[in-house]
Design a protein around this ligand. Structure first.
Ligand code: NDP
Length: 313
């Protein structure tokens, strides 16, 4: 038999856990499914120094354990398992867990996050947490007065390169084409910045270093008659080639933008379907921070509580 819940939270990053804290304190008896990567993207980072309330910093995994404990303290039912299919055609909404169990929910808070894209080089795994990062705001601080490289030519790459130039002594921007895709203003900022050297038409082949990243092997104008091998000495390698929002199973019902980010009514976590809310990175192409995700998780739980009470559920 299907299980029926008032509030189903899908995803266990800062957004999902914060939604669970608020929803459980509002007596919504929320059920949260942790998904494929319990704790979300923060579990793949090391030190988190920008989450308010931790003056000495905290590791990503510890922060997520704390958030989970806080949600459990108020009775949130946190379960292992991933949503694999949905039927949101009418309320109560149906979500299949691990291809088997079906949960019927009056409200759903989608907090499934986004996944940073990687180049797919084995070295990205080898140096994960030892010089390879997909978040300059999270990890840039560790590269003060050092040399780093950012890969990508879009707004994120330009923004990250500009941010890192305020910390690092030198920033390489590795761009595969001979132009930047970023908006004009972001391009100007990068091209006028004396600390940033743009390497157009460069592709990364691999990373080098004893235990930590110390360099990158690139190839310039790959496949052309004047193709050239290039080596740069770097301490950090930042991916900024885009994110993939984890919205696939909701797409038949919930409106997304062309990239797949769930569209919400501006300033709210409301989607196009009443009772279905989206919080955190799955609906945020711009900020993608733990604290902003937590903030929208809070909003989503408050909205769920109001929706249930307005509809007598
Ligand atoms: P984009 O998809 O816009 O850009 C991705 C960049 O990465 C492109 O330059 C692309 O190259 C490059 N790239 C992709 N795959 C590879 C690969 N395998 N190897 C090398 N390079 C690769 O992603 P963004 O994250 O930059 O931006 C996403 C959206 O968010 C955009 O709409 C952007 O405008 C917006 N945004 C806005 C900001 C702002 O307004 N402040 C800040 C950040 C993002 P190529 O050009 O060759 O395809």
């Amino acid at each position: 038999m299907n299980e029926k819940v008032r509030c189903l939270i899908i995803g266990s990053g800062p957004a999902g856990y914060t939604a669970a804290i608020y929803a459980s304190r509002a007596n919504l008896s929320p059920v949260l499914y942790e998904g494929m990567e319990p704790g979300g993207q923060l579990t793949t980072t090391t030190e988190v120094e920008n989450f308010p309330g931790y003056p000495d910093g905290i590791t990503g995994p510890e922060l997520m354990v704390d958030l989970k404990k806080q949600a459990e303290r108020f009775g949130a039912d946190i379960r292992f398992g991933a949503a694999t299919a949905t039927d949101l055609s009418s309320a109560p909404y149906k979500v299949t867990i691990d291809g088997e169990k079906i949960i019927e929910a009056d409200t759903i808070i989608i907090s499934t996050g986004a996944t940073a894209k990687y180049l797919g080089l084995p070295d990205e795994q080898k140096y994960a947490g030892s010089g390879v990062s997909a978040c300059a705001t999270c990890d840039g601080f560790f590269y003060r007065k050092r040399t780093v490289a950012v890969v990508g030519g879009g707004d994120t790459a330009c923004e990250e390169a500009t941010y890192l130039s305020g910390l690092a002594s030198k920033v390489y921007l590795i761009v595969r084409k001979n132009y930047l895709r970023a908006s004009k203003i972001m391009q100007d900022r990068v091209l006028k910045n004396p600390k940033i050297e743009v390497l157009f038409e460069h592709v990364t082949l691999g990373l080098t270093g004893e235990g930590v990243v110390q360099g990158a092997n690139l190839i310039k104008r790959m496949g052309m008659p004047d193709e050239e091998q290039v080596h740069i000495n770097i301490d950090g390698f930042f991916l900024a080639i885009g994110h993939t929002p984890n919205s696939g199973i909701f797409k038949p019902w919930v409106e997304t933008d062309e990239v797949g980010y769930i569209k919400t009514i501006p300033g709210t976590p409301r989607t196009n379907i009443p009772g279905i809310f989206a919080s955190g990175d799955v609906a945020d192409p711009h900020y993608r921070q733990a604290i902003t995700a937590a903030g929208t998780g809070c909003q989503a739980a408050i909205e769920a509580e109001r929706y249930l009470s307005e509809n007598g559920l």
